[in-house]
Design a protein around this ligand. Structure first.
Ligand code: 3PG
Ligand code: MG
Length: 390
């Protein structure tokens, strides 16, 4: 423990930019926010990621800099697409940070995702410094996060700094016991992070669709539940340790003729132990599992939660996720939440203020936990003004 080099090491921070008064600073933000129809066209449905960038923006403007932000929204196909225009974000940003501009969606240009240096050159033209405050996209080798630090004095913004401190702290120095809760549908998406967590966490709670591949690895009948049979050996190996893995001991399942999703009611709902009848689909953890999970969470010194316990968008299968969310919020230990679904679940429960840290990154937080670093952070460490370089 504590052997891993801190990911903050060598990372230039805002202070490393020197005097920014009168300078023009390009800030890469992650303003990839959900949009919805409003009275005047599209509007921002959740401004969490915009508010999360304010400490950096305000630090820069308070120190006399002119700030221009740039971001992507959604996944447009390298060409302008009105459904992903930056205008709704720009409107919200004007309310939160008057006078701060934001450029049009970076992904309207195919050179962004291609990490093309000609786009970098155009982006940084006229700027004196660059700040990456887009933690959520720092696992992508895209032009706007990889390119600018090769030339401009650069820094990690406050949001990136806090993410790295918090998630890095889980890996290097967690208060024990460290209980990680991993859920979500696809086991393949999470095995990497479970492997990494298995080395640092004391207990890993596995729920959601991915739990059925673990149950099948132990020889259980999972009915019509999600199952990735190419991953059974890996699950078996993880079940051997070093961390203790807790699986559901009971499952809420839907009959084979049912359908699930928001507002669905078709089909019969039953509770079973770890074996399901043929065709039944496990969609939530049962109340006995939730109680066992909540007990483990209650004694934790550190809790990390990524991924729901079931199909919580269907209220018949929302109890497990709600129980875990409540337990995480009530925990006396340090609580960290990563990933859009878990953050949404906590917000819907009205418990967002009870947790210590909500990551702005989904994929980025998982990759950071798996590898202890991200490509765009490494790019910042190569900046001309990075500590230890000259
Ligand atoms: C996210 O929402 O996870 C980030 O903004 C990255 O978006 P991407 O997955 O489309 O690269
Ligand atoms: Mg708490």
């Amino acid at each position: 423990m504590g052997e891993r080099a801190s990911a903050l090491e060598g990372l230039p921070l805002l202070e490393d930019l020197g005097d920014v008064a009168g300078k023009r600073v390009l800030v890469r933000t992650d303003f990839n926010t959900p949009l919805r129809d409003g009275p005047d066209g599209l509007e921002v449905a959740d401004d969490f990621r915009i508010r999360a960038a304010l400490p950096t923006i305000e630090w820069l403007t308070d120190h006399g800099a002119t700030v221009v932000c740039c971001s992507h929204v959604g996944r447009p196909k390298g060409a302008p697409d009105p459904s992903f225009a930056m205008a709704p974000v720009a409107a919200r940003l004007r309310e939160l940070a008057p006078g701060v501009e934001v450029l049009e969606n970076l992904r309207f240009d195919p050179r962004e995702t291609a990490n093309d240096s000609t786009l970098t050159a155009e982006l940084i033209s006229g700027f004196d410094a660059y700040v990456n405050d887009a933690f959520g996209v720092s696992h992508r080798r895209h032009a706007s996060v990889m390119g600018p630090p090769q030339t401009l004095p650069s820094a990690a913004g406050r949001l990136v700094q806090r993410e790295v401190e918090t998630l890095g702290g889980l890996l290097s120095d967690p208060v024990r016991p460290f209980v990680a809760i991993v859920g979500g549908a696809k086991v393949a998406d999470k095995l990497g992070v479970i492997h990494a967590l298995s080395k640092v966490a004391d207990t890993i709670i596995v729920g959601g669709g991915m739990a059925f591949t673990f149950l099948a690895a132990l020889g259980h009948e999972v009915g019509g539940s999600l199952l990735d049979s190419s991953r059974l050996d890996e699950c078996r190996e993880l079940l051997e340790g070093p961390a203790t893995i807790l699986l559901p001991v009971d499952v809420v399942a839907l009959s084979p003729d049912g359908s699930f999703g928001p507002g669905q009611t078709a089909g019969e709902v039953g509770v079973f132990d770890q074996d399901l009848p043929a065709g039944w689909i496990g969609l939530d953890v049962g109340s006995r599992s939730a109680a066992i999970f909540a007990d483990a969470i209650a004694t934790a010194g550190t809790v990390l939660w990524n991924g729901p316990m079931g199909a919580f968008e269907d209220e018949r299968f929302a109890s497990g996720t709600a129980a875990v969310g409540k337990a995480v919020a009530a925990s006396q230990g340090r609580s960290v939440i990563g990933g859009g679904d878990s953050c949404r679940a906590i917000e819907e429960l009205g418990l967002a203020d009870e947790v210590d840290f909500m990551s702005t990154g989904g994929g980025a937080s998982l990759e950071f936990l798996e590898f202890g670093d991200l490509p765009a952070l490494e790019a910042l460490r190569q900046a001309p003004n990075a500590p230890g370089r000259n």
